[in-house]
Design a binder for this molecule. Structure first.
Ligand code: GLN
Length: 550
């Protein structure tokens, strides 16, 4: 039987509930327990797939094709295990299920209400992963802040579960903020007291209070919080700001969070925490021996959450190479023929980001051209790969005005075109090519050397694809389709044969990079950028061209 931990948030949003949930999960996993994390979001969208990155940050995609909250990315990066459709539930999805059932006649004769129908559906979904028998512990993160109107039904569902379950099967962790008043030189506990009181009014009693703080909490403050929030002093945990999110599990270990949780859940026979790989990663991360600058060319760069998984994948890959990867954000909308050289010449590698729509694509194409001509390491992801194809078509194949039909439906050379199965689709939600697809890699290609394999699986989220009518022209001129879907023949990877490191992928490799399994393309890209940095004075040496990937 699985046990359940619920994570709520108080005082403000953005306290890092996802990181605390993932850190606790990591510690429990390191002691030999099987743990998964799920996120319940209070908004009415059925999933975040239709949300603009400015609204919601990156949309994370699971193997089974769920478009989810970016916190699922943290869960996977920390735990090194895959999540699925069941790990992210929104109010929209709950209501959709209940309303569909109502139409089917399942509640015939009854008034359908928030309590019990909506709360019952929330509870059913909260328990679902526990029924698979695959996990000892299910951690559920509740999105939003206690007191929000939207999150009330979720808190009510937790209240009922806390009441229904045996004491030792359920734990509520409340994450809160202890602000520091500079003028008074004091940490203040009042907002926490209020948020716990609010939670209690809604009927939920927290077992553990985790306090985000910029300064250490004294024993006296911990006692005060414990007294007014009705928990034992050892259940007040300090979560002091960390240099990197990857230090948080170790900080939580020092604070004894996992031990408190194991005691309350009456879990015995667990082992000592096995975190040697994790610590090894942090050692490398904290003591880099070299430094590179990677240009991230995107149009959502004002909001770092829009490229969360890419940024994290660079942290993983940097650590492997013991190299500090400095990301230089470059707004693609502002790249012009005149400034492209000055904007990019300082860099050691270029990543052209995923995206949708026409805004900023010409800047991306100019950036690709710069990387191709200057033999700068290039990595294009999804739209970034499509831009590399368009750049090659226009500037090498001489196909003037070549484009993707996404941006220019009337282009004379639709080198990127809508996939056949997409043509009849009108609805926007959940209808892209989503989730994991197999890809067969060409022997001897750059991709082959990177993956050290010819059969891979990667996650997708797109509607457009390389137009195979142009395949021969591209191949003859040196842009090689080095990865293809074995069933459909869709091109998944494009690379240049006369460039030390130029690779574009139609899928999203960043979604599969974890601390324990850094993604090989990112690892090799960082390595290539290091070499490029070393030999920056001139063009890349012949030697490097040979070794770039091996
Ligand atoms: N807009 C492009 C498509 O739908 C690329 C999507 C992406 O970069 N994720 O094909």
């Amino acid at each position: 039987m699985a046990k359940f931990i619920f994570v709520t948030g108080g005082v403000t949003s953005s306290l890092g509930k996802g990181i605390i949930a993932a850190s606790l999960a990591k510690l429990l996993q390191s002691r030999g327990l099987k743990v998964t994390i799920q996120k319940f979001d209070p908004y009415l969208n059925v999933d975040p797939g239709t949300l603009n990155p400015y609204e919601h940050g990156e949309c994370y995609v699971t193997d089974d094709g769920a478009e989810t909250d970016l916190d699922l990315g943290h869960y996977e990066r920390f735990l090194n295990t895959a999540t699925s459709q069941a790990n992210n539930v929104t109010t929209g999805r709950i209501y959709q299920t209940v309303i569909n059932k109502e139409r089917e006649g399942e509640y015939l004769g009854k008034t359908v209400q928030v309590v019990p129908h909506i709360t019952d559906e929330i509870k059913r979904r909260m328990l679902l992963l526990g029924e698979t028998g695959k996990y000892d512990i299910i951690i559920t993160e509740l999105g939003g802040t206690v007191g929000d109107i939207e999150s009330l039904p979720f808190v009510e569902a937790v209240r009922q579960l806390q009441w229904e379950m045996p004491e030792e099967d359920c734990l509520v962790l409340h994450l809160t903020l202890i602000p520091y008043l500079k003028a008074a030189k004091e940490l203040k506990t009042k907002p926490t007291q209020h948020s716990v009181r609010m939670l209690s009014q809604e009927g939920v009693r927290p077992d553990v209070i985790v306090c985000r703080t910029e300064h250490p909490l004294s024993e006296e403050i911990k006692r005060k919080i414990a007294l007014f929030c009705n928990v034992k002093p050892n259940a007040v945990i300090e979560a002091i700001d960390a240099g990197t999110i990857y230090e948080v599990p170790l900080k939580m270990l020092q604070e004894g969070l996992d031990v408190i949780v194991l005691k309350k859940l009456q879990i015995n026979g667990y082992s000592a925490p096995e975190l040697s790989k994790w610590r090894g990663f942090l050692d490398k991360l904290n003591y880099p021996k070299s430094r590179i600058k990677i240009g991230l060319i995107g149009k959502y760069i004002e909001l770092q959450d829009a490229y969360k998984s890419i940024l994290e994948a660079f942290i993983h890959a940097g650590a492997v190479n013991q190299c500090k990867v400095q990301i230089i954000n470059i707004h693609s909308e502002y790249i012009t023929e005149e400034n492209v050289d000055s904007k990019l010449s300082e860099l050691d590698g270029l990543l052209v980001a995923p995206g949708f729509g026409a805004r900023g694509v010409e800047g991306k194409i100019l950036a690709v051209k710069y990387a191709r001509e200057n033999k700068m390491p290039f990595f294009g992801i999804c739209l970034g790969m499509q831009m590399a194809v368009i750049e090659f078509a226009r500037n090498v194949l001489g196909l003037t005005n070549a484009h993707s039909t996404e941006m220019d439906p009337g282009t004379p050379h639709p080198v990127i075109a809508l996939m056949e199965e997409q043509k009849k689709i009108k609805k926007k939600g959940g209808t892209m090519r989503l989730g994991a697809y197999p890809c067969t890699i060409l022997d001897g290609s750059i991709a082959n050397k990177i993956y050290e394999s010819t059969e891979i699986s990667e996650r997708h989220r797109h509607r457009w694809e390389f137009n195979n009518n142009y395949l021969n022209d591209f191949e003859k001129a040196g842009m090689i389709p080095s990865g293809k879907n074995p069933q459909s023949g869709l091109v998944e990877i494009m690379e240049l044969s006369n460039h030390p490191f130029f690779i574009g992928v139609q899928y999203h490799p960043e979604l599969k990079s974890t601390v324990e399994n850094p993604h090989p393309i990112f690892v090799n890209f960082v390595q290539a950028a290091k070499w490029y940095a070393d030999s920056k004075a001139g063009a890349l040496s012949k030697e490097m061209e040979k070794q770039a990937i091996s």
